[in-house]
Design a protein around this ligand. Sequence first.
Ligand code: GAL
Length: 420
Amino acid sequence: MKKLFSLALALSLVLSIAGLVLAQAPSGELEIFSWWAGDEGPALEALIAKYNELYPDVEVINATVTGGSGVNARAVLKTRMLGGDPPDSFQVHAGQELIGTWVVADRMEDLTFLFEEEGWMEQFPEGLLKLISTDEGIWSVPVNIHRSNVLWYVPAKLQEWGVEVPATWADFLAICPTLKEKGVTPLALGENWTVNHLWESVALAELGVDGWNGLWDGSKAWTDPDVVAMWDTFGQILDCTNPDAASLSWQQATDLVVNGQAAFNVMGDWAAGYMVTTLGLVPGEGFGWSAAPGTDGVFMMLSDSFGLPVGAPNRDATIAWLKLLGSAEGQDIFNPLKGSIPANLNGDVTNPDLYNAYLRSAAEDWKSNTIVGSLVHGAVAPESFSSNFATVMEIFLAGRNGEQASNAAQAVALQAGIGK
Ligand code: GAL
């Protein structure tokens, strides 16, 4: 009798727990907004597949607006957010793109509770936590760490052309004529934002870590002679790029290197994701990599993150999404395909079955290098600066005058309140 009673008690306990879990399981639609369309999609799609497995009652809407580095997606997002029609969760770069745009406008929910519940305060690097936090809260969940300052090439091709991987931009400029004579584009370049992307690696190389950081904390003036000189070097580098750059996506610029039409390309390591996941190349054979010239030992980072906008239509499903995305398990699904490394320190990044040779080397550098933030991918400056920087670049491209560009950039920095 006693045995029967405890069996019944156990059964009713199990049933009530199951009932609780069921009651809490999210349902309905979940709209995830990002710019990971087409070739950029596989990592996100794999993560969504896992989410579907865990939460079969939720219908995920994978809403993408195509365009590298979010150039188009950010504009659409802005319209929706300001129109009171936020998606449930959206991609946003950790740092000023998140804080300076959406947090200051009170459009995000504080996620401190989630970080505490999930033990993430200990699972994410301190510096990264700082980047997504203000005194008032923690505002998004990072899914990865990407590196901006990477130089890509095909080792066998360099050998064929008799050139070495340039350690500095001066080295690169020295081999530029040799490559041109062979009918090879020395440096592949794509559409407008990729020009800024190249620029940030050149600026880091020419100004050094302190100079680069100084531009963003206001301790370095844009009008300093080394900044002006940097523009001139940048102009010489641009003269070594393909004339049709403006019409190429970042993937098409990568293709030029892969196909042997160009020797090098500076791009973030989503290019590794593209070359491995989409093109099926083997790191070290199909493509090689090194830090962008003059930036060895420095890791210019950026992080894709997702947040919970105020007024998200399906808050429960979104929290479940954020839990998966921040977990080591979720990050080990996403990052091997994406070309990035896990932001969660419990990610299995040394496992060669999951992470390829490029990614394992990036993870080593992430641990040992000096870390700085990317401008183009939202880490260091508010959007008011980054969007006006496009005009600074136009001024430079039109006049090729470093002093003029520096003066314009200084004005834009002042306007954006940098250093205040
Ligand atoms: C970056 C983003 C990467 C990748 C890249 C190219 O801004 O952080 O994840 O998508 O743009 O679109």
